[in-house]
Design a protein around this ligand. Structure first.
Ligand code: GLN
Length: 306
């Protein structure tokens, strides 16, 4: 595995077309596109990594996997009254389908869906308490208490909130959001701002590799049924309108973020975190996708073969 990751990192270092760094907020626009990191955590406790695997980056939409897990833990199946579980085929920040579906977002991984999940888990809590719960959960699954929010990134998102605020107000107009829009957005932007490196992120995904149990810490995080279901959602919806392509090329559940990270789960085999800030036109990491294609070629990992 170490050799495979070293080869992939060496190959990615040669790539000229690295995509375009997200520029909707200055904090992300300033990130150097010439970076690439990859890490694989396996259920037997090993951690392999290469490239810039210990450089912190903004996990952005990858955090939606964690808030979905918390939401299902808090509300159980009642969460599905707030959000659907069908692929959207639309960009992550699209408003179009919301009107057709009376303000109920298609799935928890598009922005509107993640905002609806946040609103649901805020029930009965102050925003600060919800934020503490999210960070504590990430500490627990990654087995690492040093992970933090990046308050500058969160503040920058708030200063450029127009699109997400529109989605939230639109849902609220259908009576779908219970809390004040700015409070919900404050929590959503902070969850997106969590800074992690590939090694921490790979560890954080381990509970989805082994049927809900983090084999590194021996902690059961969720039931095996829930772990299977979260993996299905990642496979169907984790890359927005690029989800079909990701399933075709990589064949594993994955979740991307505009910070350039992708968390990918190979059930029973390993949790893979890859990061390179340059994005394709959909908003998914360009080299991240390429690196994962190489990894599955070399390992044969896929949920469609054994
Ligand atoms: N914070 C980003 C946004 O809301 C997350 C989007 C993403 O990572 N795709 O626009």
């Amino acid at each position: 595995m170490q050799q495979i990751l070293d080869d992939i990192a060496a190959e990615m270092a040669q790539e000229i077309d690295r995509g375009k760094v997200a520029d909707y907020i200055p904090q992300l626009a300033h990130v150097d596109p010439n970076q690439f990191g990859i890490a694989v955590a396996t259920p037997d406790g090993q951690l392999y990594s290469a490239g810039d695997a210990d450089t912190l980056f903004s996990i952005q939409s990858i955090s939606k996997v964690f808030t979905l897990t918390i939401g299902l833990g808090t509300l159980g199946n009642a969460l599905w009254t707030h959000v659907g579980r069908e692929p959207s085929g639309d960009p992550f920040n699209s408003i179009m389908m919301l009107e057709h579906e009376s303000g109920r977002p298609r799935n928890p991984f598009i922005n509107a869906g993640a905002i609806a999940v946040v609103d649901a888990i805020m029930m009965g809590h102050e925003p600060k308490e919800t934020l503490a719960e999210i960070l504590q959960f990430v500490h627990f699954i990654a087995d690492d208490d040093s992970i933090r929010f990046d308050h500058k990134v969160a503040a920058s998102e708030m200063a450029h909130k127009d699109r997400n605020a529109s989605l939230a107000h639109f849902m609220k107009s259908f009576g779908r959001l219970k809390h004040e829009v700015d409070k919900v957005l404050g929590v959503y932007f902070h969850q997106c701002s969590i800074a992690m490196n590939c090694e921490q992120l790979a560890r954080a995904g381990l509970f989805l590799v082994s049927n809900g149990v983090n084999q590194h810490t021996n902690a059961r995080v969720i039931s095996s049924q829930r772990s299977r279901r979260i993996n299905s959602l990642m496979m169907m919806c984790g890359h927005y309108d690029g989800s079909g392509e990701f399933a075709y090329q990589v064949g594993l559940p994955g979740k991307s973020g505009v910070g350039g990270g992708i968390l990918t789960i190979a059930p029973g085999k390993g949790s893979i975190a890859v990061w390179s800030p340059g994005l394709d036109h959909i908003g998914n990491s360009k080299l991240g996708l390429k690196a994962l294609e190489r990894l599955v070629e070399k390992t044969g990992w896929s949920v469609f073969s054994d």
